[in-house]
Design a protein around this ligand. Structure first.
Ligand code: FRU
Length: 564
């Protein structure tokens, strides 16, 4: 009795503090009228809840719609809805709530109604110990694939698959960050938001230097997937260097006949003097061409009989790379898919030829760019300086990305890597080297490892490198020249309990003897590279305290702090 009185009091106090009382129209429908006072409406999220659909209605017109796991019994965190963009009057939030067995009375008692409030600011300061210090992360919310990366006028632009309304996959929107050095990223306003054609899935950007589209010299064109009832490819232009985009009036520009049809990668093909675009279609990559970025012609498909085919192909990329130590160049087709050697998501590649119409390869073996468990959706920057080919990967795995132990944000991108091709025993492989910008972060030599450090290891023969903490949590790395492998074992690395596929020993094949390793530790990740770029292995770890102990056998290690 007492408890219910307290509950009622809390309820009414809450309603007074929030906007107005909600109107509960049925067990799955509520409305809330808001008089806009501040910039943001802070919406309370409870991750274990089902999604509700919210419509923002102004004068009877729908201005925005999104899904959110509205808090029912407790608030995990808040997300901001910018209501200042709808003018200063009043608006109606229309909620469709779905949960089997819930009554109108249950809906009335949901904590969200008295937790929703207006504020002029939203606190994005870091509250989480697993947030990387020198990797890109969203300020808040869920992130998956890097999208639309390009370089222009000294600035690297990175867009990403983002949920602005929670830390689970939903409401795909292009978030945006900008950087001058690929390491320090500034959060920018969201760049491309869902529309009637669908949410905004992965895609790419190009700088239209020669104004082939008529949108102006140096306009930025984004090609992305509109994920509606079908997946179609759409176009948007930016004439302010990628800050805001205007969608093309005749979207979609490409439609298909297949359910999984997405992630267009667009690039200027200097040899063929045309634009090429390559979306994933089922378990193939399709190739298109265009003179103006707007009308596209289908050329051919690649994939049947090549590589890994246990699931859909996603996030393609296609570019020319120098072959190390020769004057030669070869094309590389990047194909992200699951079925990677470490289990789940991974990045395979094919080395071959491309004439603007067709990609061909003689490669028989299935090859992967990184042999860790947390390296997916890898794509490269358009227009990078000095002919560099710089890649970023989403540092997670679809097996468990939604349950990793963070909440304010979910997922980081990998460190930037420069790609090239090297030859070993008559075969060609992708070279992966940490981008040179990372050297500028190298700080003083330190005695013990810390949560953010770089460890340089000089090798001669077989070696083991063990990072551990006082809780007995450890990551065991082993170089085995006899079997030509390097492995990273995270089975005892800390919290691995959140998913059965997280504990793992990942093994990279090593092509040629390795002389030096660079190991980058950043709170929840360990990326290991051979200094000469012949091996990369990226893994997440969630230790209950940072690894502060390093024991090496058969090698010599130097530890550096990382300035960030
Ligand atoms: C890859 C992917 C893409 C898709 C996006 C949706 O991780 O499945 O194919 O465009 O994520 O967020």
């Amino acid at each position: 009795m007492k408890r219910s009185l307290l509950f009622l009091a809390m309820f009414f106090l809450g309603i007074m503090a929030s906007a107005q009382a909600p109107e509960i129209l049925s067990p799955d429908h509520a409305m809330l009228r808001i008089d806009v006072k501040d910039r943001y409406l802070l919406l309370p999220v409870q991750e274990s809840e089902d999604n509700s659909n919210v419509k923002v209605i102004v004068s009877g017109e729908q201005k925005q719609a999104f899904n959110i796991r509205l808090a029912a019994t407790k608030v995990d965190y808040f997300v901001p809805l910018d209501i200042s963009r709808f003018g200063s009057g009043s608006l109606v939030l229309d909620f469709v709530l779905r949960k089997a067995g819930r009554t109108a009375e249950d809906v009335r008692k949901m904590v969200c109604w008295w937790e929703i409030r207006q504020d002029d600011r939203f606190d994005t300061s870091n509250r989480e110990r697993f947030r990387p210090a020198y990797h890109h992360t969203p300020e808040y919310g869920w992130m998956n694939d890097p999208n639309g990366m390009f370089f222009k006028d000294g600035v690297y632009h990175l867009y990403y698959q983002w949920n602005p309304y929670g830390s689970q996959w939903e409401n795909m929107t292009w978030g945006h960050s900008a950087s001058q050095d690929l390491v320090h990223w500034k959060a920018m306003p969201a760049a491309i938001e869902p529309d009637a054609l669908g949410t905004i899935f992965s895609g790419s950007c190009v700088v239209d230097v020669a104004n082939t589209s008529g949108m102006g010299r140096g306009a930025v064109a984004a090609l992305f997937t509109s994920a509606g009832r079908s997946q179609t490819q759409s176009l948007a232009f930016s004439t302010d260097d990628g800050t805001t985009f205007t969608k093309f009036a005749s979207n979609p520009v490409i439609t298909g006949d297949i359910r999984d049809f997405r992630d267009p990668k667009v690039f200027w093909n200097e040899d063929a003097r045309i634009w090429n675009l390559i979306p994933a279609a089922g378990q193939e990559m399709r190739i298109y061409s265009s003179a103006d970025l707007k009308s596209w012609k289908y050329e051919s498909s690649f994939g049947k009989g090549y590589g890994e085919h246990s699931s859909v192909w996603e996030c393609p990329d296609l570019f020319k790379l120098p072959v190390r130590g020769t004057g030669k160049q070869m094309w590389m087709l990047v194909c992200n898919t699951s079925g990677a050697p470490a289990g789940g998501s991974g990045t395979q590649y094919f080395i071959g030829s491309f004439d603007g119409h067709e990609f061909t390869t003689t490669q028989k073996e299935t090859l992967w760019m990184d042999y860790g468990k947390d390296h997916y959706a890898t794509v490269t920057f358009d227009n990078a300086p000095q002919g560099r080919r710089i890649a970023l990967a989403w540092m997670s795995n679809w097996q468990y990305a939604g349950v990793v132990p963070t909440t304010q944000f979910r997922s980081a991108n990998s460190l930037p890597r420069d790609l090239d091709i090297f030859e070993h025993e008559g075969r060609y492989f992708c070279g992966v080297t940490p981008s040179m910008e990372l050297l500028a972060l190298r700080g003083d030599r330190i005695r013990k490892p810390s949560g953010t450090c770089e460890i340089v290891v000089d090798l001669k023969k077989s070696a083991s490198i063990v990072l551990s903490n006082s809780k007995g949590e450890k990551v065991v790395m082993e170089y085995d020249p006899l079997n030509a492998t390097f492995s990273v074992d995270r089975t005892l690395s800390g919290d691995t309990s959140f998913h059965k596929d997280f504990p793992a020993r990942t093994i990279a094949p090593v092509r040629g003897a390795i002389r030096q390793l660079r190991i980058f530790v950043d709170r929840c990740s360990i990326e290991v590279f051979d200094s000469e770029g012949r091996m990369a292995i990226t893994n997440l770890v969630f230790p209950s305290e940072p690894y502060d102990n390093l024991v090496v056998k058969g090698c010599k290690a130097t530890i550096y702090s990382v300035n960030h």
